[in-house]
Design a protein around this ligand. Structure first.
Ligand SMILES: Nc1ncnc2c1ncn2[C@@H]1O[C@H](COP(=O)(O)OP(=O)(O)OP(=O)(O)O)[C@@H](O)[C@H]1O
Ligand SMILES: [Mg+2]
Length: 245
């Protein structure tokens, strides 16, 4: 399954991406994670040492120039098959991380060249095999217009139980629908069972509802990792629900 995870800033996209990947890897599945956020926090969320995190693709100017060129002529179909091994790291058995970063982080005008390489690499990852792919997206809606994720099978829209987060979720969902991404699910994070979704908002179907975990809040004070919480079985159950939705 190839999925992207989107939502407003800080709602828990990276955390849920890490939980899904960790669950799948423990179930014996091969998982590729793509960090497509400027904050580059997916590695640390998986417990990966900072010095082991690969240099984001968007920062590799020489490589971008070599593969797609810059200026007037951009090769929209660059060679990427050798780049996966070069740009990724094995976090642990079955769990691979590829750090792309975002176009905003590339620091170059329109970002066409890095975007072309990023897109080609994602498309290659989507089509390369039957492995699972999870893309942790930048917060908000703007990146959707760049079309980098149009080839994934589905979109997980994460939201907190707040009107602003749900507004962003609805916007993301509408844009993704326009892009042809019809398979979408909503995941509520840090939500109590008493919260009911506003019926007026055009939101994807609710696949799971994660409560707020005080164990995670406490853990984050001493570690960037979001894994190995005492509630792991409950989290696994919710991940399973999301993947079956
Ligand atoms: N269910 C939860 N219970 C307690 N803490 C949580 C929960 N989900 C996420 N958090 C905490 O909230 C913070 C933000 O989560 P996270 O980084 O996953 O959000 P994000 O949407 O990826 O943010 P950004 O938009 O900056 O990429 C983290 O410190 C994370 O540990
Ligand atoms: Mg994040």
């Amino acid at each position: 399954m190839k999925l992207a995870v989107a939502g407003k800033g800080g709602v828990g996209k990276t955390t849920i991406c890490a939980w899904l990947a960790d669950y799948l890897a423990r179930m014996g599945e091969d998982v590729w994670l793509v960090d497509a956020d400027t904050a580059l926090s997916l590695g640390p969320a998986l417990g990966l040492d900072e010095d082991k995190t690969p240099v984001p693709l968007v920062q590799q100017k020489a490589l971008i120039q070599e593969r797609v060129g810059t200026g007037g002529f951009i090769n929209m179909n660059p060679k990427v098959d050798d780049l996966i091994a070069r740009l990724s790291v094995e976090v642990r058995e079955r769990l691979h991380l590829l750090v792309m970063g975002t176009i905003a982080g590339a620091g170059s005008g329109c970002g066409c060249a890095p975007n072309a390489l990023l897109k080609a690499l994602l498309v290659h990852l989507v089509f390369q095999s039957s492995q699972h792919l999870l893309v942790d997206l930048e917060a908000g809606v703007e990146h959707l217009g760049r079309g980098t994720i149009t080839k994934v099978d589905g979109l997980i829209v994460v939201s907190e139980p707040s009107l602003r987060a749900l507004n962003t979720a609805a916007q993301i969902s509408a844009l993704a629908t326009d892009l042809g991404l019809k398979k979408q699910v909503l995941v509520l994070n840090r939500a109590g069972n008493d919260f009911s979704l506003p019926e007026t908002k055009p939101l994807p179907g609710l696949a799971a509802r994660f409560p707020s975990f005080s164990s995670l809040e406490n853990k984050q004070q001493i570690s960037p990792s979001v894994l190995d919480l005492p509630e792991r079985d409950a989290i696994d159950g919710l991940c399973k629900k999301i993947l079956q939705f």
